[in-house]
Design a protein around this ligand. Structure first.
Ligand code: AMP
Ligand code: ZN
Length: 115
């Protein structure tokens, strides 16, 4: 059995409130929002991070980022002033859950801090 937190959410083994779902992704609220508006876009397929992209995955991620930036950030969350999308990658990149995910951050003016 997979011991991955995000796989359990994708399979419905852990109940989550989904803002969005399609055949490839779920989007959920981060449990520890920082800044005010903080969502996670999680591919349904398990792989660790961006270093494990192949051509097929890259196409899906491209479509996912389009949905995240338009349908979700602009239409659902009204982040017209701007937002940030981040994928922490590996230990030095600050990744704590080793199932690829993108943070959508906004709702206030973000600092220029990179780490
Ligand atoms: P990262 O550090 O980039 O791997 O991001 C993992 C994110 O998952 C963090 O921002 C956590 O706050 C978030 N997280 C951990 N557990 C949960 C949960 N049960 N529900 C929603 N978000 C979570
Ligand atoms: Zn997983």
């Amino acid at each position: 059995m997979c011991d991955c937190l995000f796989c359990k959410m994708v399979k419905g083994e852990i109940p989550v409130n989904k803002l969005y779902e399609d055949e490839d992704f779920i989007v959920i609220k981060d449990i520890n929002p920082e800044p005010k508006v903080h969502y996670l876009m999680i591919p349904k397929e398990h792989y660790a991070n961006l270093t494990e992209l192949n051509d097929e995955r890259a196409v899906k991620i491209g479509k996912g980022l389009k949905i995240l930036s338009t349908t979700i950030a602009l239409e659902k969350l009204n982040l017209k002033e701007g937002f940030r999308v981040v994928a922490n990658t590996g230990d030095w990149g600050g990744q704590s859950v080793h199932h690829l995910h993108f943070h959508l951050l906004g709702g206030e003016k973000l600092t220029d801090k990179m780490g």
